[in-house]
Design a protein. Structure first.
Lengths: 491, 412
């Protein structure tokens, strides 16, 4: 399980005064203190971990956020920021003595400027909400995490969310121009703006992906892009993961950067086909979904080149989508991959390492061996172009042994990712889930350098504590706590 | 006295020694950008010039790593041999800054310099996947990695990129690279005024045709660019780069879309390379040796207002201005007299339009006396000073390079 900092006894004792203080700042409906209504906030997308917070605050304006932060700062109260609560790494897991600051009521689109290709939105606008707002004029917001129907832009900024189309369009950090942020002591700051490349240090780059450790973001200026004329997907199926990996290398080496290049292994193909009926090849060991964009003629040209490359690797089948409907069916399986695995297993853990793409066959082989050794199934889906691997570990949450095995297997897979030259997380974030693995990737001086940056923004460590940075505890204490069923407290 | 260690361990030792003596050092590569930002007062200097060589290149993974002192020209040649390139199209300011042309990759990253492609494909900072650097305590640290997608821990790579050597001495960089386009072409519209020109660029950038460069050059300056002088009048330029059939198709479609702005001429691959290299390096400015040079970054539609405002203010004070737009109007290059009045006019124009400004080139005295970039609001300046201290507790790395006093630790 996960260890959190011990709750501050004086804060727990002053709970009623703190609630009263929040009610002086926010309207009645903006403060939640009753146990039953705190329940929905006790966990996020990483539902294995639960902890009801001290209270929930739901501000509607940046000024209210600033007032709540100033109040909590003055009272020494910890704050856990929350968007839609879709984090897969426990980035919004509350603490017993913390106020959850939810930004979901800040859901207005403030400005859309087609001439300058930008939109200014509040943090609680959903990812898809931005695209929906500009779609009519042929524009879109590029990063497209699988949770895009629910997840909010404020959370995307804090986790630097990716998606299936990062290879062409980049991740959140590459699609931002500015932020309005609130510091831990309640100051409002403008970072960047409607222009490129603010002079001076790149605060925008540092804050993006900082997992709520540095500041809260309340408004976001994003780049919107004109949609391509069209896009089309194709499927290529292979009888081995190695040749599929070689095919990916050959496509990129040829100078073609598809907008998406997704890889699924046999267990994942089977789970997705059962769910989506997309016509996935059931006899394949590996399958690629390759998407290109442009006019129909441009799509034909690129898909023709890609088919020629695929043929060099003796595919079991090649299937080019003939219509938007067929492309949608191909994507339905992939986008529903997590849900599909959820249908064949009571529970699953979704891992998120990145590896050098050239090491894929070796990594998949070793994951297969580890999976066999511990008796838990693993389905792999992989953003093959950028090396981001999502092994889905199937387990039974009602069986503590099964859960412990799944956690251990997950940690071993991430260590393998680092060992082959990759990293712990490509797009889900460290959160609480990967916190205690950070020293696999970083040396202590490297972690301390990051901790000092955190301290520069948040000297008392009130913002989203117990996440990202390993707690400095004796290893025995961590190990003992890991075997308990609820978040454990430690100093 | 200049030290130029040959290994990163020796670099770490050199920084540690300076730290122990609390002795400021001028951190640099080959000093090609010494004339930018504020001059550093330091008796000792520390160069990355001897840390050279590509340490990893995996074309199929779109990843290259090189030691900081590797020349951009060498790195670009290595990439070109595999048909790839640096995405941000880093400029060569040697002519502008009167330096040698041998800039290093460490210097380009430390200054976050990007060319025309920035508007479509991101800045240098968007492609820095990993860094090795020595902080001000002499610790050798590695942040990021050698993969394209990585959110593990704070994004220290972006913070170091563009920090002008004030937070650490970058010893090695890992970059995302992309295939070089098969073909390039440029549509050129003659005779538009700045507002029309910016509107045409906005239409081009807002089209589905993946425009990768968008510039406007007024008549007097366009006449000095060899590949454009034949056009007569101002020139509005939109570049397309991709596979050859796509370039032909998209140029055709875009020309039709822009018909309301006039009949666009098509510049071929060779002319396109020449024109955009010139724009990238700010050559159309035709700045004379005594002039100061500014870059103003604004929302693209505000470019004409900045130019008009600067031109009016300069005219009132009795001096001329030259300017042109890159980034669809969002980057205004300005050359004018090297004095405080001109500087104030540029600053005022940038502030009025919600943009940001950089004094790129000016005599040392002026760059020492004036702010070369905007100040940070007090709450951010306090954080900024603490972040500086978090990397460089004794404030020995390029003190005063970005701002006078500020971010040097005394506010911590």
């Amino acid at each position: 399980m996960i260890v959190q900092h011990a709750p501050k006894a004086d804060i727990l004792a002053r709970r009623e005064q703190i609630l009263a203080g929040l009610r002086r700042i926010l309207p009645e409906t903006g403060v939640i203190g009753e146990a039953l209504r705190l329940k929905p906030y006790e966990t996020d997308g990483l539902a294995a971990y639960r902890q009801p917070p001290l209270a929930v605050a739901l501000p509607e304006t940046t000024e209210q956020v600033a007032a709540v932060m100033a109040f909590c700062h003055a009272e020494g109260v910890r704050v856990v920021p929350r968007g839609a609560g879709t984090s897969l790494s426990g980035g919004a897991l509350p603490m017993e003595d913390a106020v959850v600051l939810g930004l979901m009521r800040m859901n207005r689109i403030l400005e859309i400027d087609y001439a300058d290709r930008l939109a200014v939105v509040q943090a609680g606008v959903t990812n898809i909400g931005i695209t929906n707002a500009v779609h009519e004029r042929g524009f879109f917001y590029a990063p497209d995490p699988s949770s895009q129907l629910a997840c909010m832009i404020g959370g995307n900024v804090m986790m630097n969310s990716g998606g299936a189309h990062c290879l062409r369009y980049g991740v959140t950090a590459n699609n931002l121009l500015g932020l309005k942020v609130v510091t831990v002591d309640g100051q409002i700051l403008e970072i960047g703006g409607a222009h490129c490349d603010a002079a001076g240090l790149d605060w925008l780059g540092l804050i993006t992906g900082s997992e709520g450790q540095l500041v809260l973001a309340t408004e976001v200026t994003v780049r919107i892009l004109r949609s391509p004329e069209g896009q089309r997907a194709m499927l290529a199926a292979f009888d081995g993961t190695e040749v599929a990996g070689q095919c990916v290398d050959a496509i990129i080496s040829s100078g073609i950067i598809p907008v998406a290049l997704e890889f699924m292994d046999r267990p994942c193909i089977h789970a997705c086909e059962a769910f989506a009926h997309a016509g996935y090849p059931m006899d394949a060991e590996a399958m690629l979904i390759i998407e290109v964009e442009g006019s129909v003629a441009e799509q034909d040209e690129l898909l023709g080149r890609i088919k020629d490359i695929c043929r060099r690797f003796k595919p079991l089948s090649l299937k080019v989508s003939g219509s938007a409907e067929e492309s949608a069916a191909i994507w339905k399986g992939r986008k529903g991959a997590f849900g599909a695995v959820g249908r064949i297993s009571p529970d699953y853990l979704c891992m998120d390492g990145t590896i050098p793409t050239s090491r894929l066959p070796e990594v998949l082989r070793r994951i297969g061996e580890m999976s066999a050794a511990c008796g838990l199934g693993v389905a792999n889906v992989f953003h093959a172009g950028d090396g981001n691997l999502h092994p889905l570990i199937m387990f039974d949450a009602n069986d503590p042994v099964s859960f412990h095995k799944a956690e251990t297997l997950g940690a071993d897979i991430l260590k393998l990712c680092v060992e082959v030259g990759g990293c712990l997380t490509g797009e889900h974030g460290v959160g609480v889930e990967k916190r205690d693995l950070m020293n696999v990737q970083f040396t202590e001086p490297e972690l301390d350098q990051q901790r000092r940056i955190k301290s520069a923004f948040d000297p008392a460590w009130l913002l989203n504590p117990s996440k990202v940075f390993p707690l400095k505890l004796p290893p025995e204490a961590l190990e003992a706590a890991r075997h308990s069923a609820v978040p454990m407290a430690a100093e | 006295m200049m030290l130029a260690p040959a290994t990163e361990l020796e670099m770490a030792e050199a920084v540690l020694a300076a730290h122990d003596r609390s002795e400021p050092v001028w951190v640099h590569g080959r000093e090609t950008k010494k004339a930018m930002m504020r001059p550093v007062q330091a008796a000792r200097s520390l160069s990355t010039r001897n840390l050279t060589g590509v340490t990893l290149y995996s074309p199929s993974e779109l990843i290259v790593s090189a030691r900081a002192g590797t020349l951009i020209s060498d790195l670009e040649a290595t990439l070109a041999a595999q048909g790839q390139h640096l995405i941000a199209e880093p400029p060569d300011f040697s002519a502008l800054l009167g330096s040698t042309p041998d800039q290093t990759i460490g210097g380009v990253v430390a200054t976050n310099l990007s060319g025309p492609r920035r508007i479509a494909w991101g800045a240098m900072r968007d492609h820095v996947m990993g860094l090795r650097f020595v902080n001000g305590s002499g610790e050798l640290l590695h942040m990021g990695g050698r993969v394209l997608k990585n959110v593990t821990g704070l994004d220290v790579c972006k913070l170091l990129t563009g920090s002008h050597g004030t937070l650490g001495v970058i010893t090695e960089v890992t970059l995302k690279v992309l295939p070089m386009p098969e073909r390039r072409a440029t549509l050129a519209l003659a005779g538009l005024d700045p507002v029309q020109g910016t509107a045409a660029l906005s239409a081009a950038l807002g089209s589905p045709y993946a425009v990768s460069g968008a510039a406007y050059i007024p008549a007097a300056l366009a006449a000095t660019v060899p590949a454009l002088s034949w056009m007569g009048g101002s020139v509005t330029l939109a570049r397309i780069e991709d596979f050859a059939p796509s370039v032909v198709y998209r140029a055709d479609r875009l020309r039709a879309d822009l018909a309301g702005f006039g009949n666009a001429e098509l510049l071929d691959d060779g002319a396109t390379r020449a024109v955009w290299a010139s724009i990238r390096d700010a050559q159309p400015l035709q700045a004379t040796p005594g002039q100061a040079i500014w870059r103003v970054s604004v929302r693209p539609s505000a470019g004409p207002a900045v130019a008009a405002s600067v031109q009016a203010a300069f005219a009132q004070a009795g001096f001329g201005a030259s300017w042109f737009f890159d980034w669809g109007g969002g980057l205004v290059w300005i050359a004018g007299p090297a004095n405080e009045a001109a500087h104030d006019a540029v600053r005022a124009a940038a502030i009025r339009t919600g943009g940001t400004w950089t004094l790129v080139r000016a005599p040392d005295a002026l760059r020492t006396a004036l702010a070369v970039i905007p100040p940070e609001p007090p709450a951010l300046a306090r954080i900024s000073a603490r972040v500086k201290t978090a990397f460089d507790p004794r404030s020995i790395l390029n003190p005063g390079r970005i701002r006078a006093g500020h971010a040097e630790g005394e506010a911590a």
